[in-house]
Ligand binder design. Structure first.
Ligand SMILES: NCc1[nH]cc(CCC(=O)O)c1CC(=O)O
Length: 307
């Protein structure tokens, strides 16, 4: 193996993630040459609709997966938050890299915290997960549509279109804009999305040469957490288009898994949690999903599907 080709989207954050994987690969294998294969995804092209309305899972990953299947690339680098629960035949996740800050960030030019926002303030996010949790805390807020890559979203904030916006802290930190973060929302205020802050690498199943090269980039602590979070999402058929949150912490050898399903208006938030040994995360993640279903999660999620 002389050259490894990395399929990546062209957004600044995607390129940061791909460059990070390239740098780590070259660090562990100095003889290797690593190239980026840059492409545009449907999720990047359609910017005037919420993800929930464009529909279809894997809006940000499909083009990259096609490149793998057609052997135009050897690995695809993704934000774990955007990776669908199932993979096309022949592809799978090989590697999960160490997690960055998993929390959501409160970003504003005038206010330091959510509770400083005046009555009726306009907050930008197009994530139903963020929307339902914000409205639960502050039913008076106006949630206004906001999509686009991190720089686009910040530019819209700076234009004065919003009093504040909510972004993943990880994206801002990676793009060297941590100074934009007024504060991170606590997990009690806003439980993150499954996989938020983690980078995952997808490969062709059976490509053992690549798998071996990637092995030193894998972080088992992150993987145990993220796989538990994804197991919960999978049981609920959730992606980043639905108001589902799941966050798992590793405490010693124990996983603490919390899940949430919310009505978009924030008037109903269902919550469930469990603890288990770190080797049991996927089973326990499913158990959290089932507790949420017992509380009526399917009613909330079902209604959204038929909108
Ligand atoms: N859905 C877009 C997306 N996918 C991953 C991140 C942030 C970085 C991460 O979670 O690793 C973002 C932007 C955001 O939510 O602010």
């Amino acid at each position: 193996m002389k050259t490894v080709r990395i399929a990546t989207r062209k957004s600044a954050l995607a390129l940061w993630q791909a460059e990070y994987v390239k740098e780590r690969l070259e660090h562990f294998h100095p003889e290797l040459s690593v190239e980026l294969v840059k492409m545009t995804s449907k999720g990047d092209r359609i910017l005037d609709a919420p993800l929930a309305k464009i529909g279809g899972k894997g809006l940000f990953v499909k083009e990259l997966e096609n490149a793998l299947l057609e052997r135009r690339a050897d690995i695809a680098v993704h934000s774990m938050k955007d990776v669908p629960m199932s993979f096309p035949d022949g592809l799978g996740l090989s590697t999960i890299c160490p997690r960055e800050n998993p929390l959501d960030a409160f970003v504003s030019n005038h206010y330091n915290r959510l509770d400083e926002l005046p009555e009726g303030a306009v907050v930008g996010t197009s994530s139903l997960r963020r929307q339902c949790q914000l409205l639960k805390l502050r039913p008076d807020l106006t949630i206004r549509f906001l999509r686009g890559n991190v720089n686009t979203r910040l530019a819209k904030l700076d234009n004065g279109e919003y009093d504040a916006i909510i972004l993943a802290a990880a994206g801002l930190i990676r793009l060297d804009m941590a100074d934009r973060i007024r504060n991170c929302l606590t997990t009690e205020q806003c439980l993150p999305a499954a996989g938020q802050g983690a980078v995952g690498i997808e490969i062709r199943i059976g490509d053992d040469a690549i798998k071996q090269l990637l092995a030193p980039l894998h972080d088992q602590d992150t993987a145990d957490r993220v796989l538990a979070e994804r197991a919960m999402n999978r049981r609920l058929n959730g992606g980043c288009q639905v108001p589902i949150a799941c966050y798992c912490e590793l405490q010693g050898d124990e996983l603490f898994i919390r899940g949430l399903v919310g009505q978009p208006d924030g008037r109903v938030l269902l919550e469930a949690q469990t603890r288990c040994h770190r080797s049991e995360g996927e089973t326990a993640g499913i158990q959290v999903a089932e507790k949420l279903l017992q509380k009526g999660a399917d009613r909330i999620l079902g209604e959204l599907m038929h909108d």
